[in-house]
Design a protein around this ligand. Structure first.
Ligand SMILES: NCCCCCc1nc2ccccc2[nH]1
Length: 291
């Protein structure tokens, strides 16, 4: 261990470790589910770490939060009811609330410490909790989905950590089946779906499960996040049977028309061109994922 540096060593990326220079450790705790740490980095702002894995940094979180939200929500004409599984830092909520058509946002986060730590150290992420349309449920997303009526949501966003730890069940077939049930016909889901450089086997399994369950369309998109190992992370975008969803051509572009977005910081990463480009894959990934 080099003093003053945080190295992200994890079985999720064997043989490599991204490092950030540490100015000061701001919080260290152990919740019911995981170790939680916040530190001030020298060049990426504040950093949230769960069980030794970087979840967000102030400098590059926009690339992840904006894409995981606007790729699904800009692909359907009029999203009204949205569910977020995970996402306890609040960044996803901030992005969903840019859509003026949205009437209600449920968020189910298993770890209350993540919510509290975000409110204390990441105000520009936790701002998402201030939206009156938001209702927070602290608990297991698997159980929450079993409790909702069929066809409740237009969109479900699964902003999970990784299959090692509390989020493990969010990568398994029963969970995807309950997501499909909770969506209306032509509803959409977007899940955190690992890295094509590191996790092609995990992605292959997720794609095959999704193709069995989601009879609309199944797509993989990706973005660049410098503080995620391999510099990229991807998303599964699926729609249920019903009104066709063409994820590659946003029907509901987000721009200044949404008065909510006027009240907010302008988008730093997402735009309609990068939306379409996100679905273009390198050949080694296309062979596995299919187009
Ligand atoms: N909710 C935050 C999503 C990121 C979780 C941590 C993480 N960081 C990653 C880097 C590469 C591939 C998958 C990853 N998963």
């Amino acid at each position: 261990v080099i003093p003053g540096w945080f190295s992200e060593i994890s079985p999720m990326w064997p043989g490599e470790a991204h490092s950030l220079k540490v100015e000061k450790i701001l919080f260290q705790g152990k919740s019911e589910y995981q170790n939680v740490m916040v530190f001030q980095s020298s060049t990426y702002g504040k950093v949230l770490v769960l069980d030794g894995v970087i979840q967000v940094t102030e400098r590059d979180e926009c690339a992840y939060q904006e894409m995981i939200v606007h790729l699904p929500l800009c692909s359907i004409p009029n999203p009204k009811k949205v569910l977020v599984i995970g996402g306890g830092d609040g960044g996803v909520l901030r992005e969903v609330s840019r859509h003026s058509s949205v009437e209600h946002i449920d968020i189910c986060e298993i770890d209350a410490m993540v919510v509290d730590v975000s409110k204390q150290f990441f105000p520009e992420l936790a701002v998402g909790y201030g939206d009156p349309r938001v209702s927070l449920h602290v608990g297991d997303g698997v159980a929450f989905l079993k409790s909702v009526d069929e066809g409740t949501y237009d969109a479900i966003i699964v902003d999970s950590s990784d299959p090692i730890g509390p989020a493990q069940e969010l990568f398994e077939k029963p969970f995807f089946e309950s997501v499909a049930k909770a969506l209306r016909p032509g509803g959409v889901v977007c899940t955190q779906a690992e890295s094509i450089w590191l996790h092609m086997h995990i992605i292959e399994d997720i794609v095959s499960v999704c193709r069995q369950i989601f009879k609309g369309s199944v797509n993989y998109a990706w973005t660049t996040v410098p503080t995620y190992p391999s510099g990229v992370i991807g998303f599964m975008l699926c729609s249920t049977e019903g009104p066709q969803v063409d994820f590659r051509h946003p029907v509901n572009p987000i721009d200044e028309k949404d008065e909510q977005s006027k009240a907010k910081e302008p988008l730093k990463f997402y735009n309609s061109e990068i939306h379409s480009a996100a679905f273009c894959l390198p050949s080694f990934a296309k062979r596995v994922i299919g187009s």
